[in-house]
Ligand binder design. Sequence first.
Ligand SMILES: [Mn+2]
Length: 247
Amino acid sequence: MNPPPLICVSTSVTVDKYPERAYVNAAYLNAIQQAGGVPLPLPPQLEPSARAELLKHVHGVLLTGGGDVDPARFGEPPHPATAEVSPARDSLEIDLTRWALENRVPLLAICRGIQVLNVALGGSLHQDIPSEPGSPLDHSQAGLQGNARSVTAHQVKVQDGSRLAGILGALEVDVNSFHHQAIKRLGRGLKDVAWAPDSIIEGVELGDDARFVLGVQWHPEELVGHDRAARNLFAALVRQARERASL
Ligand SMILES: [Mn+2]
Protein backbone atom coordinates (compact mmCIF):
# COMPACT_ATOMS: atom_id res chain seq x y z
CA MET A 1 0.00 0.00 0.00
CA ASN A 2 1.35 3.39 -0.97
CA PRO A 3 1.62 6.08 1.72
CA PRO A 4 -1.36 8.46 1.87
CA PRO A 5 -1.17 11.43 -0.52
CA LEU A 6 -0.27 14.91 0.76
CA ILE A 7 -2.94 17.52 0.06
CA CYS A 8 -1.76 21.12 0.21
CA VAL A 9 -4.40 23.31 1.94
CA SER A 10 -4.34 27.08 1.44
CA THR A 11 -4.85 29.11 4.63
CA SER A 12 -6.56 32.32 5.66
CA VAL A 13 -4.55 35.24 7.01
CA THR A 14 -5.44 38.10 9.32
CA VAL A 15 -5.98 41.39 7.50
CA ASP A 16 -4.92 44.54 9.39
CA LYS A 17 -4.97 42.74 12.75
CA TYR A 18 -2.29 42.16 15.35
CA PRO A 19 -0.80 39.64 15.80
CA GLU A 20 -0.60 38.56 12.18
CA ARG A 21 -1.81 34.97 11.81
CA ALA A 22 -2.26 32.17 9.30
CA TYR A 23 -5.13 29.84 10.10
CA VAL A 24 -7.51 27.31 8.57
CA ASN A 25 -10.86 25.89 9.65
CA ALA A 26 -10.39 22.40 11.12
CA ALA A 27 -13.30 21.06 9.04
CA TYR A 28 -11.05 21.06 5.91
CA LEU A 29 -8.34 19.12 7.72
CA ASN A 30 -10.87 16.63 9.13
CA ALA A 31 -12.55 16.06 5.75
CA ILE A 32 -9.23 15.32 4.01
CA GLN A 33 -8.14 12.93 6.77
CA GLN A 34 -11.52 11.14 6.73
CA ALA A 35 -10.97 10.57 3.02
CA GLY A 36 -7.51 9.09 3.63
CA GLY A 37 -5.28 12.06 2.76
CA VAL A 38 -2.76 14.04 4.80
CA PRO A 39 -3.52 17.79 4.85
CA LEU A 40 -0.56 20.17 4.65
CA PRO A 41 -1.44 23.83 5.35
CA LEU A 42 0.35 26.32 3.09
CA PRO A 43 0.32 29.87 4.51
CA PRO A 44 1.11 32.93 2.35
CA GLN A 45 3.90 33.87 4.77
CA LEU A 46 6.18 31.09 3.46
CA GLU A 47 9.25 32.32 1.57
CA PRO A 48 9.16 31.43 -2.16
CA SER A 49 12.05 28.97 -1.75
CA ALA A 50 10.30 27.25 1.19
CA ARG A 51 7.09 27.08 -0.80
CA ALA A 52 8.86 25.50 -3.76
CA GLU A 53 10.49 22.94 -1.46
CA LEU A 54 7.15 22.05 0.12
CA LEU A 55 5.38 21.71 -3.24
CA LYS A 56 7.87 19.02 -4.33
CA HIS A 57 6.05 16.69 -1.92
CA VAL A 58 2.45 17.66 -2.74
CA HIS A 59 0.04 15.37 -4.64
CA GLY A 60 -3.14 17.44 -4.50
CA VAL A 61 -4.38 20.97 -3.76
CA LEU A 62 -7.37 22.24 -1.78
CA LEU A 63 -8.21 25.95 -2.14
CA THR A 64 -10.21 27.01 0.92
CA GLY A 65 -12.80 29.68 1.73
CA GLY A 66 -12.08 33.14 3.11
CA GLY A 67 -12.16 36.85 2.37
CA ASP A 68 -12.80 38.54 -0.96
CA VAL A 69 -10.53 38.33 -3.99
CA ASP A 70 -9.14 41.79 -4.83
CA PRO A 71 -11.36 43.14 -7.66
CA ALA A 72 -8.22 44.69 -9.19
CA ARG A 73 -7.34 41.10 -10.15
CA PHE A 74 -10.19 41.22 -12.68
CA GLY A 75 -9.92 44.89 -13.53
CA GLU A 76 -12.72 46.39 -11.42
CA PRO A 77 -12.76 48.99 -8.64
CA PRO A 78 -13.86 47.57 -5.26
CA HIS A 79 -17.56 47.49 -4.35
CA PRO A 80 -18.33 49.14 -0.95
CA ALA A 81 -19.09 45.66 0.47
CA THR A 82 -15.69 44.23 -0.52
CA ALA A 83 -13.95 42.97 2.64
CA GLU A 84 -10.95 41.07 3.99
CA VAL A 85 -8.78 41.46 0.89
CA SER A 86 -5.29 40.00 1.30
CA PRO A 87 -2.94 40.66 -1.63
CA ALA A 88 -0.47 38.09 -0.23
CA ARG A 89 -3.14 35.39 -0.11
CA ASP A 90 -4.47 36.26 -3.58
CA SER A 91 -0.96 36.07 -4.96
CA LEU A 92 -0.13 32.74 -3.30
CA GLU A 93 -3.39 31.06 -4.32
CA ILE A 94 -3.32 32.28 -7.92
CA ASP A 95 0.28 31.03 -8.20
CA LEU A 96 -0.72 27.74 -6.56
CA THR A 97 -3.65 27.31 -8.97
CA ARG A 98 -1.45 27.90 -12.01
CA TRP A 99 1.19 25.53 -10.61
CA ALA A 100 -1.44 22.80 -10.14
CA LEU A 101 -2.80 23.33 -13.67
CA GLU A 102 0.65 23.30 -15.29
CA ASN A 103 1.76 20.22 -13.38
CA ARG A 104 -1.55 18.35 -13.61
CA VAL A 105 -1.89 18.23 -9.84
CA PRO A 106 -5.50 17.45 -8.80
CA LEU A 107 -7.27 20.52 -7.45
CA LEU A 108 -10.50 21.04 -5.49
CA ALA A 109 -11.55 24.67 -4.99
CA ILE A 110 -14.11 25.57 -2.31
CA CYS A 111 -16.07 28.86 -1.92
CA ARG A 112 -13.41 31.59 -2.21
CA GLY A 113 -11.40 28.84 -3.95
CA ILE A 114 -13.81 28.59 -6.91
CA GLN A 115 -13.48 32.36 -7.27
CA VAL A 116 -9.67 32.21 -7.14
CA LEU A 117 -9.70 29.42 -9.74
CA ASN A 118 -11.92 31.51 -12.00
CA VAL A 119 -9.85 34.69 -11.62
CA ALA A 120 -6.57 32.77 -12.12
CA LEU A 121 -7.96 31.73 -15.51
CA GLY A 122 -8.93 35.28 -16.48
CA GLY A 123 -12.56 35.27 -15.31
CA SER A 124 -14.42 37.89 -13.27
CA LEU A 125 -16.71 37.93 -10.22
CA HIS A 126 -19.97 39.42 -9.05
CA GLN A 127 -18.59 41.44 -6.15
CA ASP A 128 -21.75 41.51 -4.04
CA ILE A 129 -24.74 39.27 -4.81
CA PRO A 130 -27.23 41.27 -2.66
CA SER A 131 -26.45 44.33 -4.82
CA GLU A 132 -27.28 42.46 -8.04
CA PRO A 133 -30.74 42.89 -9.55
CA GLY A 134 -32.89 39.77 -9.64
CA SER A 135 -31.11 37.73 -6.98
CA PRO A 136 -33.52 37.25 -4.07
CA LEU A 137 -31.83 34.13 -2.70
CA ASP A 138 -29.88 34.48 0.57
CA HIS A 139 -26.37 33.13 -0.11
CA SER A 140 -24.99 34.34 3.23
CA GLN A 141 -27.21 32.06 5.31
CA ALA A 142 -28.00 34.77 7.85
CA GLY A 143 -30.38 33.80 10.63
CA LEU A 144 -30.47 30.07 9.91
CA GLN A 145 -30.44 28.05 13.15
CA GLY A 146 -27.71 30.00 14.85
CA ASN A 147 -25.78 30.11 11.58
CA ALA A 148 -24.57 26.52 12.10
CA ARG A 149 -22.27 25.79 9.19
CA SER A 150 -23.67 22.31 8.52
CA VAL A 151 -27.23 23.61 7.99
CA THR A 152 -28.23 23.74 4.32
CA ALA A 153 -29.60 26.94 2.80
CA HIS A 154 -30.47 26.32 -0.85
CA GLN A 155 -30.58 23.69 -3.54
CA VAL A 156 -28.07 23.25 -6.35
CA LYS A 157 -28.82 21.59 -9.68
CA VAL A 158 -25.90 19.76 -11.30
CA GLN A 159 -25.40 19.20 -15.04
CA ASP A 160 -26.23 15.62 -16.02
CA GLY A 161 -23.13 13.94 -17.46
CA SER A 162 -20.68 16.36 -15.87
CA ARG A 163 -17.68 15.14 -13.91
CA LEU A 164 -19.09 16.88 -10.82
CA ALA A 165 -22.41 14.99 -11.12
CA GLY A 166 -20.56 11.69 -11.43
CA ILE A 167 -18.55 12.39 -8.28
CA LEU A 168 -21.43 13.74 -6.20
CA GLY A 169 -23.66 10.87 -7.33
CA ALA A 170 -26.59 13.29 -7.55
CA LEU A 171 -28.12 15.88 -9.88
CA GLU A 172 -29.61 17.88 -7.01
CA VAL A 173 -27.90 18.62 -3.70
CA ASP A 174 -28.86 20.74 -0.70
CA VAL A 175 -25.96 22.98 0.24
CA ASN A 176 -24.86 25.57 2.78
CA SER A 177 -23.94 29.03 1.50
CA PHE A 178 -21.48 31.57 2.93
CA HIS A 179 -20.58 33.86 0.06
CA HIS A 180 -21.44 37.30 -1.27
CA GLN A 181 -19.16 37.06 -4.30
CA ALA A 182 -19.80 34.63 -7.18
CA ILE A 183 -18.54 33.86 -10.69
CA LYS A 184 -19.58 36.37 -13.36
CA ARG A 185 -17.52 35.77 -16.54
CA LEU A 186 -16.05 32.26 -16.68
CA GLY A 187 -12.28 31.82 -16.87
CA ARG A 188 -10.59 30.13 -19.84
CA GLY A 189 -11.49 26.46 -20.20
CA LEU A 190 -13.91 26.41 -17.26
CA LYS A 191 -17.45 25.09 -17.68
CA ASP A 192 -20.26 25.94 -15.30
CA VAL A 193 -21.88 22.66 -14.25
CA ALA A 194 -23.98 23.56 -11.16
CA TRP A 195 -26.35 26.41 -10.32
CA ALA A 196 -28.46 27.77 -7.46
CA PRO A 197 -32.18 28.45 -8.18
CA ASP A 198 -31.30 32.12 -8.90
CA SER A 199 -28.78 30.99 -11.60
CA ILE A 200 -25.71 31.85 -9.49
CA ILE A 201 -22.91 29.48 -10.55
CA GLU A 202 -22.24 26.97 -7.76
CA GLY A 203 -19.95 24.48 -9.56
CA VAL A 204 -17.30 24.49 -12.30
CA GLU A 205 -14.92 22.02 -13.88
CA LEU A 206 -12.21 22.17 -16.50
CA GLY A 207 -13.27 21.07 -19.97
CA ASP A 208 -10.01 19.10 -20.20
CA ASP A 209 -10.82 15.62 -18.84
CA ALA A 210 -7.16 14.76 -18.34
CA ARG A 211 -6.94 17.20 -15.41
CA PHE A 212 -8.89 16.89 -12.18
CA VAL A 213 -9.95 20.49 -11.50
CA LEU A 214 -13.25 21.08 -9.69
CA GLY A 215 -14.75 24.08 -7.95
CA VAL A 216 -17.82 24.35 -5.73
CA GLN A 217 -19.29 27.52 -4.23
CA TRP A 218 -20.65 25.81 -1.12
CA HIS A 219 -18.76 24.29 1.85
CA PRO A 220 -18.79 20.46 1.57
CA GLU A 221 -16.20 20.16 4.37
CA GLU A 222 -18.95 21.22 6.81
CA LEU A 223 -21.43 18.64 5.44
CA VAL A 224 -19.36 15.43 5.43
CA GLY A 225 -20.93 14.25 8.73
CA HIS A 226 -24.35 13.67 7.14
CA ASP A 227 -23.96 14.12 3.35
CA ARG A 228 -22.58 11.37 1.14
CA ALA A 229 -22.22 13.74 -1.84
CA ALA A 230 -19.92 15.98 0.24
CA ARG A 231 -17.81 12.99 1.32
CA ASN A 232 -17.61 11.88 -2.32
CA LEU A 233 -15.92 15.17 -3.28
CA PHE A 234 -13.07 14.69 -0.80
CA ALA A 235 -12.81 10.99 -1.66
CA ALA A 236 -12.39 11.95 -5.33
CA LEU A 237 -9.66 14.50 -4.57
CA VAL A 238 -7.74 12.01 -2.41
CA ARG A 239 -8.17 9.21 -4.98
CA GLN A 240 -6.82 11.43 -7.77
CA ALA A 241 -3.94 12.59 -5.55
CA ARG A 242 -3.14 8.99 -4.65
CA GLU A 243 -2.91 8.11 -8.36
CA ARG A 244 -0.59 11.04 -8.89
CA ALA A 245 1.54 10.00 -5.91
CA SER A 246 2.04 6.55 -7.46
CA LEU A 247 3.32 7.94 -10.80
MN1 LIG B 1 -24.79 29.80 -2.58
